[in-house]
Design a protein around this ligand. Structure first.
Ligand SMILES: Cc1ncc(COP(=O)(O)O)c(C=O)c1O
Length: 459
């Protein structure tokens, strides 16, 4: 897909191909140890511990040796400024000292990683999440995917309604119900890549475009939607920001139709200490989150409104503490709880967010200037500490519009060019995330390399 649609493609594709070949060769030259490690990994499915790790711009992944704060060093000895930050898992920075201390104390000094009994860290972590996101009753999982899965099971149970509504080109983890898009004919269809679906997703789900209140109203009018599961801004198909009035409209429509509203804050947490929910004054019934709140240690969480928690707990038939409940042996484990408490109380603090957001603004401003300098038809969007540029201008309004402006060839070139010069972006689109340790010098270094890449590409 070109950077402009069809005839207005501003990129010379032959030049792009030639530069990509050159950068991949330079990558191979620079990274023999990573290449050897990859070659030795024949007993891993796809040679990687998790198949997504094959999403890399240069042919094979760099293997991590060390990581601390906003820096990561690979096994060939190259240090990177890390703007990927584990695609948000390390938004607190790599291995922050308070998390090391809390985990060491819990795991090493006190002992007990898998106990199926509570420790005293969970309640303060829940209290901090309540203070930030406004909903008072929290439960923990190991991933954000699980938080979403469990929340929607509970919402189906409490409403007796069968369907979940999501936005087209959303991402909420591998949640079967979310793998639906609005097709070219305007009708819902299974999303490409929805492998091994347990059934027809159009029977479990409904879909509306982000920023489309009429479409949402039409779908909710069927009266069979238990919950709308959404990000307050889409973050997994580039960033798609809400238009003025859209999120208030969603809340009004869900209330009118007796449908619960779930804000998935896993990525939009970058908006501030209480995510977009607090920053944009939203009032969902449920908040789901994961990744960053554990400071790198696996954890997810869902928080329920008081009304919803009471409604669920009053239903003896739901058998929440056994078979009918949702849970997991390792969920809420002492190590995750210690890490979450430390991350929230000592690392991703209100003050840390203020710095991260300032750094994010500097990142976005600099990229915007470079793009304008070349008169490129691209746009930059930001959610606090999270920034992304997209090969479309104006910025897309919906997931479908944004999906149409993907450009894998261009991304691969830019990512490899940056990688070869010590800057790591997320392998998924062009996202850059600031952690408390990211400095303005780091941002300036990115801009210098990004500008050089575009100068070479555009001539
Ligand atoms: C908005 C959102 N929700 C949920 C998830 C799933 O998180 P996890 O991979 O930790 O299960 C993701 C992952 O990228 C996400 O972006």
């Amino acid at each position: 897909m070109p950077t402009g649609s069809g005839a207005d493609d501003v990129i010379d594709r032959d030049r792009l191909r030639a530069l990509t070949v050159r950068e991949r060769a330079a990558f191979a030259e620079r990274n023999p140890r990573s290449a050897a490690a990859y070659a030795r990994a024949g007993n891993l499915f796809g040679r990687v511990p998790m198949t997504w790790m094959n999403k890399n711009a240069a042919g094979y992944p760099v293997y991590v040796d060390r990581a601390r704060g906003a820096r990561l060093t690979d096994i060939d000895g190259h240090e990177y400024i890390d703007f990927c930050l584990g695609d948000t898992a390390a938004m607190a920075g790599h291995s922050p000292a308070p998390v090391i201390a809390a985990v060491t104390r819990r795991l090493g000094d006190l002992g007990g990683a898998g106990t199926m009994l509570p420790t005293e860290d969970a309640a303060p972590a829940g209290a901090e999440l309540s203070r930030r996101f406004g909903v008072p009753a929290w439960s923990f999982t190991l991933t954000a995917t699980d938080a979403n899965r469990w929340a929607i099971r509970l919402l189906r149970a409490v409403t007796g309604r069968p369907r979940i509504l999501v936005n087209s080109y959303c991402y909420h983890g591998s949640v079967d119900e979310s793998l639906i898009v609005v097709g070219a004919d305007g009708r819902p269809r299974s999303r490409d890549g929805n492998v091994g679906a347990p059934g027809d997703v159009t029977l479990t789900s409904r879909v509306a475009e982000f920023n489309d209140l009429d479409g949402l109203a039409r779908e909710l009018a069927h009266g069979d939607v238990a919950a709308v599961l959404m990000e307050p801004a889409l973050t997994n198909i580039g960033i798609v920001l809400p238009e003025p009035g859209y999120l208030a409209g969603v809340r009004a429509l869900t209330l009118r139709h007796g449908t619960y509203l779930v804000n998935d804050e896993t990525h939009t947490f970058s908006a501030g200490p209480g995510g977009a929910t607090a920053a944009w004054d939203l009032a969902p019934d449920v908040v789901t989150i994961g990744k960053a709140i554990g400071g790198g240690i696996p954890v997810g969480a869902y928080g329920l409104s008081a009304e919803l928690a009471a409604a669920l707990l009053s239903r003896a038939d739901l058998d929440l503490i056994d078979m009918g409940g949702v849970g997991g042996t390792l969920a809420g484990n002492p190590v995750s709880m210690a890490a979450t408490r430390a991350t929230l109380e000592e690392v991703l603090t209100d003050a840390a967010f203020a710095t991260m957001i300032e750094t994010g603004a500097a990142f976005a401003d600099g990229v915007q200037k470079i793009i304008e300098g070349h008169a490129l038809p691209w746009s930059v969007s930001r959610i606090g500490a999270r920034v992304e540029y997209r090969f479309a201008s104006p910025a897309p309004r919906t997931g479908t519009e944004s999906a149409a402006r993907a450009d894998a060839d261009l991304e691969d070139f830019l990512h490899t060019y940056l990688l070869n010069r010590g800057v790591l972006l997320t392998p998924f689109h062009n996202m850059a995330l600031m952690c408390p340790d990211t400095t303005l010098d780091d941002v300036a270094r990115h801009h210098e390399i990004f500008a050089a890449a575009l100068a070479e590409l555009l001539g």
